[in-house]
Design a protein around this ligand. Sequence first.
Ligand code: PA5
Ligand code: MN
Length: 189
Amino acid sequence: MLNPEIILTHYNPVTGEMHGATMVKRHLSDLRGCFADTAAYESALKAGNPLLYSVGAVEPASGEGDLHYGVGMLMPGKIGGEYFMTKGHLHSWRPAAEFYFGLTGDGVMLLEDEATGESRIVPLKPNGVVYVPGHTAHRTMNVGTTPLTYIGVYPAKAGHDYSTIAKTNFRCVVVERAGQPVMIERNNL
Ligand code: PA5
Ligand code: MN
């Protein structure tokens, strides 16, 4: 059925907000355990609890073959040497891949193969498309000075598994070196 409420959605390209979407807002306090520099995190939190990102999830139908998507808006900023980031997750249904489409701003995605730990950073920018393979943990960072917005499209049955990342975090961190985002092993910080 070509239900107009399902086949067309408009989002606000600045805030990522959409009529009818479920909005999730993540503030600094929600990112406890994500940033390597815990002292910098605690002192930033004492100064305030800013919005780091929001995701408007559009999950219209959940049948076999259906797709879901989220419009993300991630603010610029840093904690210690690390850029503002999303929590990051694996998909509960591990084979689920995802496309990320950069809309505005300057971002980087950190990808980590769950089985091997192989890690890679890739730019997420306007006119760029990032393919996140299945079985791959993914986290987004804003490495610019303006809000980063993007769309992630994933199979309806993907699901979000946050607990695995919450236990061990990503193997690598992304920090600024000479004005550029650089990936380094967490153990070598
Ligand atoms: O489904 C996705 O991968 C995205 O829409 C993310 O949910 C979004 O980038 C926010 O990241 P996280 O879900 O890790 O908090
Ligand atoms: Mn995902």
